[in-house]
Design a protein around this ligand. Structure first.
Ligand code: PMP
Length: 431
């Protein structure tokens, strides 16, 4: 495939943007090649600057649940433009989306809109501290919650890919109250609470981890989280930036029958526009300014365009919840096809899948902890990624990210992906 135009854009971008990108994972750093630049996309397809077409499994890292450039999500957007796109005043669109989110995700009794997942988690942590009067927070290694200082400790996604799980530039004072334990590490969790339970304001987690690749929580881990936070007066925060409205209308909370004290949403509730939100129990949310003393604000928060697209998406999902089963069916087909292709080629992989998100780890399973994730052979993933790209399949450019299906991924798309995987695993075997 010719990628001269992407290469030229990358060269020019590196001059003016650090690493040529505005978000690190886009640099394709861990797959040892220059990034492809997107030109346009429709449904499950994305076209690069050179006109090459790929079947896309990045899905803008989650929000493209109905596929790219969905006419359902974009419906009525011209009218929003015509009416003006930012006022510095509240609008009915904020109310509409907040009500819809609350209806679908009842744990979010009250909601505050923000502009990104990072803002959502940062604000939820501040609120938890303000509400409980405690400073310490507990997170899990390999979970990524955006780039707020206090959460950029032993995190996942690009921080793992680029070997900076704990960022530079974090003053000690900002992270001394951040405790880190192992995802699914029940004993460690109990120890932390036994030692410091009365100082912990909140535990924050991805209820299904997506930023070290996909790792599901064990039942026991979730039960202990619920019990220990309750018994110790700490808040349980679900970061559903990836899982909210992807694993079902009520996200991971619905899937596991849980009710977090606070929840964070992101990109999905804006249908792909910059947005985020945090919400939760009324008595906690009433501590947010101007009702309470926890300050948090945003000029573009609740932006009408983002609210409009988010409402269109969520309202469609509500009207056709069968989308989740169909997405899962396609993901199951893909999972089985990947395992089959790898086995035939003699390559060891472990596929973790939940709903329409999955990760093939280049390692012998099971993969339920961060240390098991880290046994993956990233060089194998690199060879696999490149071979798939040549076959016209765009995967996340890192072993430590989830693959996301959309409702527009057809059976034929998945079958084509499996055929490509047969070729790609053969190349892995021969490396
Ligand atoms: N939380 C999770 C679980 C995420 O996956 C991400 C980003 N992918 C964030 C928070 C941060 O969101 P944003 O990039 O919108 O700041």
């Amino acid at each position: 495939m010719n990628r001269n135009r992407s290469a030229a854009l990358y060269e020019a971008s590196r001059e003016v943007l650090p690493g040529g990108v505005n978000s690190p994972v886009r640099a394709f750093g861990s797959v040892g090649m220059p990034p492809i630049f997107a030109a346009r996309a429709k449904g499950s397809r994305i076209v690069d600057a050179d006109g090459n077409e790929y079947l896309d499994y990045i899905s803008s890292w989650g929000p493209m649940i109905l596929g790219h450039a969905s006419s359902i999500v974009h419906q009525g957007v011209e009218e929003v433009f015509d009416a003006g796109i930012s006022y510095g005043l509240p609008t009915g669109k904020e109310l509409d989306l907040a009500r819809l989110i609350r209806e679908l995700y009842p744990a979010a009794e009250m909601i505050r809109m923000v502009n990104s997942g990072t803002e959502a988690t940062m604000s939820a942590i501040r609120l938890a501290r303000g509400f409980t009067g405690r400073d310490k927070i507990l997170k899990f290694e390999g979970c990524y919650h955006g780039h707020y200082d206090g959460l950029l400790v032993k995190s996942g996604s690009g921080t793992l890919t680029f070997n900076t799980p704990t960022s530079k530039g974090l003053p000690k004072a900002m992270i001394q109250d951040t405790l880190v334990a192992q995802y699914n590490g029940v004993h460690e969790l109990k120890d932390v609470f036994a030692n410091m339970g009365d100082q912990i304001a909140a535990v924050i987690l991805e209820p299904v981890a997506g930023n070290m690749g996909v790792v599901a929580p064990t039942k026991e881990f979730l039960q202990e989280l619920e019990r220990l936070t309750k018994e110790n007066g700490a808040l349980l925060i679900f970061d559903e930036v990836i899982t909210g409205f992807r694993l079902g209308l009520e996200g991971a909370a619905g899937l596991f029958g849980m009710k977090p004290d606070l929840v964070c949403f992101g990109k999905i509730i804006g249908g792909g526009l910059p947005v985020g939100a945090y919400g939760g129990r009324r008595e906690i949310m009433e501590h947010v300014s101007p009702l309470g003393g926890v300050y948090q604000a945003g000029t573009l928060s609740g932006n009408p365009l983002a609210m409009h697209l988010g409402w269109n998406l969520l309202n469609h999902l509500k009207a056709d919840p069968g989308i989740y089963d169909r997405m899962e069916d396609m993901a199951k087909l893909l999972e089985a096809g990947l395992i089959d292709a790898a086995t035939k080629a003699g390559v060891e992989i472990t596929v973790n899948r939940i709903g329409g998100m999955l990760s093939p780890f280049m390692t012998v399973g099971p993969v339920t902890t961060f240390s098991q994730v880290m046994t993956s052979d990233t060089q194998q993933y690199e060879v696999f990624f490149k071979a798939m790209l040549e076959e016209g399949i765009l995967l996340p450019p890192s072993q430590y990210e989830g693959w996301f299906l959309s409702a527009s991924h057809s059976r034929e798309d998945v079958q084509r992906t499996i055929q490509a995987a047969q070729i790609a695993f053969q190349q892995v075997k021969e490396m």
